[in-house]
Design a protein around this ligand. Structure first.
Ligand code: AR6
Length: 203
């Protein structure tokens, strides 16, 4: 066996494990919040936030991408949390913490966003709870950097322009209470989604 062909290809100037996933489109709140476009799973932060569903057993969208890239350790941890703490499923707006498996992040925080139009007008409050509870859970675990996807704006149908207002006002309020939370990245999958956020935020 030729060791030269089986050695990992690792060029110092293109090390995907340590290079930043993207440079920000914009920053807010004295640089504590940054806006990115690309794949959330590439971000090497203390915790990625997952837009999960109540089952915590995986799905499509960013949830599928996190479980695919992170491997089976994440699903094992989710099953254990279901069995011990949330046998009926994780309620909308709540958040739980697991390993990040093989991902470059250290942990994954799973939260369940509202399905737009299914909560009798409480959608904005529930979406804010996702961001607030994820940030508080991170702070309780002494984590200082987080990356969020645009929770609920895919399969769950939340209009991205409305979500931008909820997310920016919630981050402004919550980060004022969490001085140790140094870095919050908002990661949009497409440039169009990033542009909608930048048009509608209220930072
Ligand atoms: N990186 C960043 N953003 C992504 C990625 C990625 N790899 N993949 C998708 N997005 P969605 P939801 C964006 O549907 O609306 C799942 O099946 C996507 O373009 O992932 O909260 C769960 O299991 C969109 O802007 O989450 C639940 O059943 C945003 O992430 C349900 O979907 C959120 O889209 C949750 O629906």
């Amino acid at each position: 066996r030729n060791s030269a062909t089986s050695a990992p290809l690792r060029l110092w100037f293109f090390d995907t494990a340590t290079m930043p996933a993207s440079s920000p489109l914009a920053t807010f709140l004295d640089g504590r919040v940054s806006i990115h476009v690309g794949d959330l799973t590439r971000h090497a932060v203390d915790a990625l936030v997952n837009a999960a569903n109540a089952s915590l057993l995986g799905g499509g969208g960013v949830d599928g991408a996190i479980h695919r890239a992170g491997g089976p350790a994440i699903l094992d941890a989710c099953r254990a949390i279901r069995a011990s703490r949330w046998p009926e499923g994780l309620p909308t707006g709540e958040a739980v913490l697991t390993t990040a498996g093989d991902l470059p992040a250290r942990y994954v925080i799973h939260t369940v966003g509202p399905v737009y139009g299914q909560h009798g007008g409480r959608e904005a409050e529930l979406l804010a709870n996702c961001y607030r509870n994820s940030l508080q859970l991170a702070a309780d675990n002494a984590l200082t950097s987080l990356a969020f996807p645009a929770i609920s704006t895919g399969v769950y149908g939340y209009p991205p322009s409305e979500a931008a207002q909820v997310v920016s006002t919630t981050l402004t309020a919550v980060l004022a209470t969490l001085p140790g939370m140094a870095e919050v990245r908002l990661v949009f999958f497409s440039p169009a989604d990033g542009a909608i956020f930048l048009r509608h935020h209220r930072f």
